[in-house]
Design a protein around this ligand. Sequence first.
Ligand code: UT7
Length: 314
Amino acid sequence: MQGIQIIGMGKALPARRVENEAFTQMVETSDEWIKSRTGIQSRYFCKEERQMDLCAEAARKALANAGVCPEEIGLCVVATITPDYHTPSSACMVQKLLGLPEDIPAFDINAACSGFVYGLEVVSCMLGSDALKRPYALLIGAEKLSRIMNFQDRSTCVLFGDGAAAAVIRPSDAHRFFCRLGSQGNAEALNAPGAGYPEPYIHMDGRKVFQFAVHAMENGIRLLAKETGVSLDEVDQFICHQANERIIRHVQKKLKLPAERFFMNLDQYGNTSGASIPIAMAELMEKGQLKPGTKAFCLGFGGGLTWGAAYLEF
Ligand code: UT7
């Protein structure tokens, strides 16, 4: 089966960085609580920036790093739960801002924090289709979560951040790709009602989502190893959704794997939902840790409740 190759990535963050200390002015919390319960130290919030601006900046960097022109893009997908508009989609706005061709599909995916992994599967299927006239896909994970956060709710407002990252992807016979996705309709553990509904903010039962997360991650890793035949010792990077250091550490210890193979940057960015996995991936790439031959497992989990597990070769 044809695989895919990520040939360039780029990330974009808003200019405003907010430290934990700032929340002590808004709610009853402390830097110590936030750090010890989550691992988060700071995050970025948009001020003037639109979500589509973050998408476009990340996409431009990814295209430059890949050496690909906008005219060569055959598919544009954005994984997000915080588009600027219900319609047009963020993908259509990226198309406009970057001047992508007009005879290509452009659409958003709503799978919350699993969105980028869902996007990888969608892109891998569509890149094999005759319907695409050009060889490359642009996949972006982007969020402006500050728009749907309740800054009077201490159980959620300290957790999230804004940001985006993009990947330029091409089909490849030399790079295996394997993905499994799941969901369980559940609005009790995590929801964010749309505009016009009362309290259109993120509501979360943190403990329930925590329990779902550790199971989804552990099961996803075991499933990928079984289905791909790639043993856990062979995996160079476990690129996990960056929600909570304790979730990642729990899974890493349960599977008795070395901590250094579980990249973490949530201390700087908080939980950026659909952007968290691609931002982590873009940073690993910047650091030269996704070299040719690198094998990675990507694990996403979040609202839906959704989960996604993908095997990628670099
Ligand atoms: O990306 C979507 C996926 N989301 C996630 O993966 C989030 C998963 N869940 C978590 O990461 C954790 O459950 C949280 C970080 C959200 C919460 O940590 P926890 O250890 O599960 O805390 P808790 O909800 O059980 O709350 C413990 C205590 C409570 O007080 P009482 O009832 O024990 O008196 C909370 O009211 O901590 C209190 N609390 C806070 N205290 C200070 C909750 N938020 C805060 C806060 N500052 N910001």
